[in-house]
Design a protein around this ligand. Structure first.
Ligand code: 13P
Length: 251
């Protein structure tokens, strides 16, 4: 049985003081998550990681939104997994579509980052998903397949279940046009079938696959009832405590 996971991706939002304001109510969120028996987490900007890590119980996942695939060197503006680990950060979002779009993040580069995270006993949350044009041209499965095959290339069987995958159709992110539960389930089931082909059924069944894209308190429940959707990666609706609380409540 895969435990449900709700991960808030704060993107480039919240200063340290705004983060502290949010954290005033963290106990309520933690209690509710425990009652619901789900994992919850937050992925803030690098600057707020330490503030969050030092002010939440260890049951709350704190993730970075990116990392580099090397340990150190002349890479201006980058942060390595070793640096994150020193802060106790052992989860990282990889390959978010905003990074694929604006920062030339390729599946090949994601593959290097995923390997570096696994080498350091960290959990990658690997994002995949198609653009509107690809969706309209019925290319979703081709695109997602390429992202999964390239992103997970040479990842060992024993490491597969340490990875979380997030299906986020680009056309649904921040648009209010969430994918129907049928579309989301179909693609998440397709991803799991790819994992069965690439690895085996037993290990593929252990992998948590999240849906992301305009998930709100009023639509989260429908996704959570689907067989292959094990949680949600949420942007906008994770920014306010009340809305985050409602998301947990409605899972
Ligand atoms: P929204 O929930 O704001 O659509 O963002 C989704 C997302 O990109 C999470 O990573």
């Amino acid at each position: 049985m895969r435990k449900k996971l709700l991960l808030g991706n704060w993107k480039m939002n919240k200063t340290i003081s705004e983060t502290k304001e949010f954290l005033k109510d963290i106990d309520e969120l933690v209690t509710l998550a425990k009652e619901k028996d789900i994992d919850i987490g937050i992925a803030p900007t690098y600057l707020c990681l330490e503030t969050i890590k030092n002010n939440v119980p260890s049951s709350v996942i704190v993730a970075s939104q990116n990392c580099h695939y090397l340990d150190s060197g002349a890479y201006t503006g980058e942060v390595s997994v070793l640096m994150l680990k020193e802060l106790g950060i052992d989860w990282s979002i990889i390959g978010h579509s905003e990074r694929r779009t604006y920062d030339n993040e390729t599946s090949q580069k994601c593959n290097l980052k995923i390997k570096k995270l696994l080498e350091n006993n960290c959990t990658p949350v690997y994002c995949v998903g198609e653009t509107l044009e690809q969706f309209e041209n019925n290319r979703t499965c081709d695109v997602v397949k390429e992202q999964i095959v390239e992103g997970l290339k040479d990842i060992k069987l024993e490491d597969l279940s340490k990875i979380v995958i997030a299906y986020e159709p680009v056309w649904s992110i921040g648009t209010g046009k969430n994918a129907s539960k049928e579309i989301a389930e179909n693609v998440c089931a397709f991803i799991r079938s790819l994992l069965v082909d690439l690895y085996n059924k037993e290990e593929a069944e252990k992998v948590r696959i999240l849906y992301g894209g305009s998930v709100k308190p009023n639509n989260i429940k429908e996704y959570m009832q689907e067989k292959d959707i094990d949680g949600a990666l949420v942007g906008g609706a994770s920014l306010k405590v009340d809305s985050y609380k409602e998301l947990i409540h409605n899972i």
